[in-house]
Design a protein around this ligand. Structure first.
Ligand SMILES: Cc1ncc(COP(=O)(O)O)c(C=O)c1O
Length: 398
């Protein structure tokens, strides 16, 4: 099937949810590169939106998936699963969590977090405490509860009435958060870098003040690490930059390098609220996904990929800042580790993205004026130099 045929079939049969405008179909990948159906090569500076942390076709991940697929893809979490137990143990050992539950996506992990917060207070004899405060401009997923949690009207309006129990406050404003807390509040949920609204890192003092406030008021702090987790920001988990520990955090995206998985991670005192029958998932934590997750986490630690993300992230930031002095259209560069946003002074993000695509570079755009970069954590200085040189040419050509 050639590209034209695929596009025709897609537009006839696939639900029109993505508004695909880039005429490309990728056939395979290797390291930071993707190759399309005409054999053309692209630098992947988006990683499937922060998923392919090891790049494409990393031998450790390919070997883990292939050998597990030959043995057992799925059984059921009704039975013990070796790789599930091992991945849960490993995640607990490298994080502040004591227990883990696996599901299949980020939204599902956040649904689990919301359910855990509610049941925790219910089982403590406080059924009136169910409210969760999240931030404006946040993104927590596409299910009904996570759409209600998400602080962006465009994701909510079409699905009203929304699930009750969510309030949204201005980020980095501790007074606004304090004011929003009432007798029904059970938790605060936040991203430490808001990715989907244009890469906005939270202030350290704010996050520490949120932790203190949660402690004072007896609320749970839930951190959505779905995009920031697994080394993306230069530490295995973004909360490590902030000197706080959440009671609950969620993972997905890079956790199994592209094999669907999500994880709900919690401290023992909170996780204990779940008893048999309270929560579940058919596919969640199956042998295939967990073997992939183990391969990703081991590789990440062995190859020191969070450290590479920190080094390459600050190198990229420095190069982009240098570029911003030459091209006035760049009005700011922000981010943490390899989660980078380039703010443009004009509504040209889509045009810049398309021109980069024409030159063999995949990047993301947010709204009309932010370019988003999420390269794999294996990215090198040479890759960054090639990208920055090409961006320089693209901006000069506008
Ligand atoms: C911070 C955050 N939370 C939740 C989600 C939802 O994850 P998923 O698309 O796997 O459901 C995303 C996805 O972009 C995200 O960035």
């Amino acid at each position: 099937m050639d590209l034209k045929e695929i596009m025709e079939i897609d537009s006839r049969y696939y639900m029109n949810t993505f508004g695909r405008r880039t005429p490309v179909c990728f056939e395979y990948g290797q390291g930071i590169f993707l190759y399309d159906s005409d054999g053309r090569k692209y630098y992947d500076f988006l990683s499937g939106i922060a998923v392919n942390a090891l790049g494409h076709a990393h031998p450790a991940l390919v070997e883990a998936v292939c050998s597990q697929a030959r043995k057992l893809i799925h059984c059921s979490s009704l039975y013990y699963i070796g790789s599930q137990a091992k991945l849960a143990k490993m995640l607990a050992e490298v994080s502040c969590a004591d227990r883990v539950f696996f599901c299949n996506s980020g939204a599902e992990a956040n649904e689990g977090a919301i359910k855990l917060a509610r049941i925790y207070f219910k089982k403590k004899g406080m059924p009136g405490k169910y409210g969760i405060i999240t931030l404006k401009d946040s993104f927590h997923g596409r299910t009904l509860a996570t759409v209600a949690a998400t602080g962006q009207e465009k994701y909510q309006k079409p699905y009203e009435p929304l699930m009750p129990g969510f309030r949204h406050v201005q980020p980095n404003d501790i007074g606004a958060l304090e004011k929003a807390i009432d007798d029904t509040t059970c938790a605060v949920m936040l991203e430490l870098v808001q990715g989907e609204s244009g890469v906005h890192p939270m202030d350290k003092e704010y996050v520490q003040a949120v932790r203190r406030l949660c402690d004072e008021k007896g609320l749970l702090l839930m951190i959505d690490e779905i995009q920031t987790g697994m080394g993306r920001t230069g530490k295995l988990f973004a909360y490590e930059h902030y000197g706080v520990e959440p009671d609950i955090f969620t993972l997905a995206k890079a956790l199994a390098g592209g094999v669907p998985i999500g994880a709900l991670c919690a401290k023992e005192s909170v996780a204990g609220a779940f008893e048999p029958g309270d929560h579940g998932s058919t596919f969640g934590g199956n042998p295939l996904a967990c073997s992939a997750g183990l391969a990703v986490l081991r590789t990440m630690l062995d190859e020191k990929l969070p450290e590479n993300a920190e080094k390459m992230g600050s190198y990229l930031m420095g190069e982009l800042e240098r570029l911003s002095e030459k091209h006035r259209i760049i009005s700011g560069v922000r981010g943490l580790g390899l989660m980078t946003g380039i703010q443009l002074a004009q509504d040209k993000a889509v045009e810049v993205k398309n021109r980069l695509f024409g030159r063999g570079f995949l990047v993301g755009s947010v709204g009309t004026s932010v370019i988003r970069l999420l390269p794999p954590l294996i990215v090198t200085r040479d890759d960054i130099d090639n990208f920055v040189r090409t961006l320089d040419e693209v901006l000069a050509s506008l």
